[in-house]
Design a protein around this ligand. Sequence first.
Ligand code: IMP
Length: 430
Amino acid sequence: MANVVIIGAQWGDEGKGKVVDIYTAEADGVVRFQGGNNAGHTLVVGNEKTVLHLIPSGILHKGKRCVIGNGVVLDPKVFLVEIEGLKAKGYLQDDSQLMVDGAVHLIMPYHVAIDKAREGRSTDRKIGTTGRGIGPTYEDKVGRRGIRFADLLKPEAFRKRLKEVLPEKNFYLEKYLGQPPLNEDEIFNEYQGYAEKLRCYLGNASVELDAAIRAGKNLLFEGAQGSMLDIDHGTYPYVTSSSTVSAGACTGSGVGPTRIDQVIGITKAYVTRVGEGPFPTELLDEMGEQLRTTGAEFGATTGRPRRCGWLDIVALREAVRVNGLTGLALTKLDVLNDLETIRVCTAYRYGDQLLTNFPSDLDVLQQCTPVLEDVPGWQTTINEVTSFEELPQQAIDYVKRIEAWSGVPVVLVSVGPRRDETMLRSNPFA
Ligand code: IMP
């Protein structure tokens, strides 16, 4: 029996959907614990591609329990579209496969309107958000003005909460952001329309997960976004608004830290980032373009082109430390197939100093330049390789150097989007 947390070790888009999908074979239940439909997890089963934004990737496996923990923020409209899409494809035929904790905060229309209007203003510092209302929803959660999933299912309580909060939102939207106000009845009617369809999913994540753990079940906690986008440990303020690090799995699901056995961090063989913010190894030249094209680096949620750069060991070591990583899953190794030389950042230069720890001061970080080491490439296709030992020696050496630099074993290597394009070196559930 083991409980495993899987998180992104970079700025998101590391290939979590696929890795979680693979490990789900070992798990009895899959839990989302933070974020919302800002995430986009792409899964390829056979030749069919499914993109999930909210529902745990485990939903593609019949009979696996999927739990949306209290730390998630949920847009009921998007959630329903995702449910209906899955049902149409033959998944989620039994509603009891999916559960939403009552304390999940709802993304309301004013959160989306505020997020979009703020990002559209030229005067504000742009974060490059996904425009899904994530930040404003977490602001209301912390500000004790949020409306939760359990409230949605009680029309009177929902009306009361909406009545309390909407005038303030409309004041802000109209007077500060210059946006049209929203109508209370329209929101009420729209959301109550969702309530009946979603009632069957209400549950208590902490109680259920505790029972599962006591019964000796394996749980997989599926992170969204990445460690460097964490509200506390990321490149603030260019971050998302939730705890994306492994500790978030506990606060976001009601499971105590002593129940977690393994923490796997997913890292691409290079780095990408979407949205604004510092990115020390970013490549603004043809090499960046090559990585973007070969790696199909366009956002699953917004379609935005991702910024691309060399693997950053300074940032990776930060992720190892803040998450307590016990293993790395290395993805998209095949994207480097054509390269004669691969470059890796092993330190930052800041003025006349050499930094090996990721600076927490954004002003320092923005002035850092990467110290790059050259590693020979393998210049051959590795997508068909099924065992680690059969990889070209240069690819094996690259993986081994990542292990040495990070101090963490690489437990999984992915060389393509399909399930079968994966090498499992050890099993975190074993
Ligand atoms: P928000 O989460 O929409 O508030 O966006 C805040 C920042 O996090 C922006 O830079 C987004 O591009 C980034 N972000 C949010 N979700 C993801 C994701 O799933 N992958 C990568 N970046 C993300």
